[in-house]
Design a protein. Structure first.
Lengths: 453, 278
């Protein structure tokens, strides 16, 4: 029978597709173990660092083959969930402190306590390590982190007749300054995230207030009806409704806040020092007018830190080797090498003693030095609670209605509280805030130990 | 023949229409101008400003090409797009033919089910689709990118409507001459619905070339990345070189503009095909 040309053509078309074999994540060459590592948004800038890191680990561990995969930030949660559902999650995964607890609650990560070689409390800052602890189990090793700093556009402030040194550095003072800046110039001083990716729950904790409370039977429930919390949220909502904050404060994400600053639309923002390089690349004139200083703090006097974490997944067939890899990557020596090529801070106190963190020759150096010095009084205010991402998600959706639709703040917080209680129903208060409340848990995360002075 | 009473649109309405059309055109084109402007601006220009001729450079294009290692992703996108478009056109036409031309029990139900798939967003079926691809051992392969979307409900619908607009006498005449169903499909239906198939081909090319979500999830090795995934990586967490990313996006858009210009004539005819049933 004569074969039809179209059929032959179809087969030829499919050949290039089938020439790429699927990746086997379990076993590598015979007798060797394959460990898959997923990192967050490090390519292509850190290809060399990561390739060298992996090569050195494989040299020290000749029976382990490491497969390094870098995943864009926005895709990580989706890709990790899909992979886990299909039974092919990686062995080691790099997650952000903002959403890693979600995967703990789904049973996707393992407790590293028994696999960790040595005492983790001797390796990492207490506060950074506590981010990875939930229910007294160690679900994550802290990798690099950033203590937030303040960015000021001196030219915009000067145009408004404001001396940058006189701009308050606490949130109540900044709220007043934003109002008077708007009244004077018709422009926005800042675009804090109140709705989408809301910082309000963390600021509540930073003001020594507890969004959750422990009940007599040991369970936890919402404490959002606390009049002090209602007053604090009301002040932010009133500021937004007065027009002193842009629409992005209600609906924009972290990227929008940076975008407004680098376009010269706001004169002040708070973020990690690593974003200074992005401003340098995108807006040279804004970069030239930018002055850095320590970030504003709440009543607890603690600067907020953001921590990147390394976790071992429950689907890993080689948890011991995976933990060893995570431990190697987060070691003091390797974190110091990493911190020397980018504006981040290590989670290992030993690394932070290096003179590198006291250099102030360039603006980028200065921002890193300010961030490093802030570590004396810095903490992650994110509670060690698996349900926290779900709670914040509810908070964000509801608070937007107060910001955008004029809903009553007290009623909105009550509604959020009821939804929180539904999520928390029957949940026992975990270790870190077994003593009293969430505020205590967050405050006990101070990472002042051994920070450079 | 002209109507005895011709209506003349008042001049102010014509001006208003032109101004409104101009405004819409500016709104549509402005992001593209901005994209191109940032792509050709040197490092001294802020990303919210357009460069002056003295501030223009082409180094961002070579920079993006090298920093993003875009050659391999470009080839991968080319492979994926070509095969995706060809499969989409052929399979949609093949599925539409019996739905348009033969009578069998449950035909309308099958068609309704196909239409229903149009209402399910890609994100919803992401996890089950991913599981299927992994079970088929297609994870991290270009086949895994193409096969799940090798045919679409929209394509089948488009082809069915086009085939229904062709007079039945055409295939009846072919059948009388002894043509088999395959021959009727191959020698009557495909040539007569060519404009529609070309339109579907263009839609498939554009959809496949710009698809980010699915390749991002299903691909793992950078050597298998398609162009949108590779461009996404240029926007890293630490230093997003926006000029490189924009220059890369301009490079990625050029083939689409070329295809549109080449296929424009077919596209317009195809969009009208099936609008009026013959």
């Amino acid at each position: 029978m004569r074969r039809r040309p179209s059929f032959v053509l179809s087969v030829l078309m499919l050949l290039p597709l089938l020439s790429f074999p699927a990746c086997d994540t379990a076993e590598g060459r015979s007798g060797r173990v394959r460990v898959e590592l997923w990192t967050l948004a490090l390519r292509p800038r850190f290809d060399e660092y990561m390739t060298d890191l992996v090569a050195r680990f494989e040299q020290q561990n000749p029976t382990i083959d490491v497969v390094w995969v870098d995943v864009p930030f926005d895709a990580m949660q989706r890709k990790f969930l899909a992979s886990a559902a299909a039974g092919r999650a990686p062995d080691v995964v790099n997650l952000s402190d903002g959403f890693y607890a979600r995967f703990v609650s789904l049973g996707g990560l393992i407790d590293l306590s028994s696999e960790f070689e040595g005492d983790p409390t001797q390796v990492y800052f207490d506060g950074a390590l506590r981010v990875g602890r939930i229910d007294d189990k160690l679900y994550a090793l802290p990798w690099y982190l950033a203590a937030n700093i303040g960015f000021l556009n001196t030219r915009l402030l000067a145009d408004a007749g404001i001396d940058p040194a006189s701009l308050p550095n606490d949130w109540p003072g900044l709220r007043r300054a934003a109002k008077s800046y708007f009244e004077r110039t018709g422009k926005h001083l800042m675009a804090p995230q109140l709705g989408h990716e809301s910082q309000l729950p963390l600021w509540i904790i930073a003001d020594n207030l507890a969004p959750l409370r422990r009940t007599a039977d040991g369970t936890i429930e919402s404490n959002l009806d606390d009049p002090r919390i209602v007053r604090l949220v009301q002040e932010w909502v009133d500021l937004y409704r007065s027009g002193a904050l842009p629409a992005e404060s209600a609906v924009g994400d972290h990227g929008s806040m940076i975008d407004l600053y680098q376009r010269g639309r706001t004169a002040f923002m708070v973020t990690g020092p690593n974003f200074l390089q992005r401003i340098h690349d995108a807006s040279p004139d804004v970069f030239a007018n930018t002055l850095n200083r320590p970030s504003p703090v709440g009543a607890d006097g603690q600067h907020e830190i953001s921590t990147m974490l390394l976790c071992v997944t429950a689907q890993s067939k080689h948890p011991r080797q995976a933990t060893r890899l995570a431990q190697f990557i987060t070691s003091a020596e390797n974190q110091l090498a990493f911190a020397k090529i980018v504006s981040i801070l290590p989670s290992t106190p030993e690394s932070l003693l290096d003179p590198h963190f006291r250099q102030t020759a360039t603006k980028l150096d200065q921002s890193r030095a300010i961030s490093a010095a802030s570590m004396r009084n810095a903490t992650s205010h994110i509670p060690a609670l698996a349900a926290w991402p779900e709670l914040t998600s509810v908070f964000e959706e509801r608070i937007k209605s107060a910001l955008l639709d004029g809903a009553d703040v007290g009623a909105t917080l009550n509604m959020i509280g009821r939804e929180w209680n539904g999520i928390l129903a029957g949940m026992l208060a975990p270790g870190p805030f077994g003593s009293d409340d969430v505020a205590d848990a967050a405050h006990s995360r101070s990472i002042s130990r051994d920070a450079p002075r | 023949m002209h109507s005895a009473t011709t209506h003349t649109t008042p001049r102010h309405l014509v001006v208003l229409n032109v101004l409104a059309a101009l405004l819409l055109a500016i709104i549509a084109v402005l992001p593209m101008v901005w994209l191109a402007g940032v792509a050709v601006s040197d490092a001294t220009v802020a990303v919210n400003r357009l460069p002056t001729p003295a501030q223009m450079t082409t180094t961002n294009f070579s920079g993006a090409w090298q920093a993003g290692g875009l050659l391999r992703p470009f080839i991968n996108s080319l492979i994926v797009t070509c095969i995706h478009a060809l499969l989409n056109v052929f399979l949609a036409a093949a599925a539409a033919f019996p739905l348009a031309r033969t009578r069998f029990r449950g035909r309308d139900t099958v068609f309704v089910i196909i239409l229903a798939t149009l209402m399910i967003p890609e994100q919803v079926i992401l996890v089950p689709l991913f599981r299927t691809v992994v079970k088929m051992n297609l994870y991290d392969t270009l086949a895994g990118v193409v096969i799940p979307f090798a045919v679409s409900g929209f394509g089948i619908y488009l082809c069915r409507q086009a085939m229904r607009s062709i007079p039945r006498e055409m295939d009846e005449a072919a059948a009388i001459d002894g043509a088999s169903s395959w021959q009727v499909f191959r020698h009557v239906m495909l040539p007569l619905t060519a404009p529609t198939l070309a339109t579907l081909g263009v839609f498939s090319v554009i959809a496949s070339w710009s698809n980010l979500l699915w390749p991002l999830v299903v691909l793992q090795s950078s050597s298998n990345y398609t162009l949108p995934v590779a461009l996404d990586q240029l926007l890293g967490m630490f230093s997003a070189n926006i000029r490189f990313a924009y220059a890369g996006s301009v490079l990625a858009v050029i083939p689409m503009i070329a295809i549109y210009l080449l296929m424009q004539r077919w596209l317009e005819r195809g969009l009208l095909a099936g609008a009026v049933k013959g």
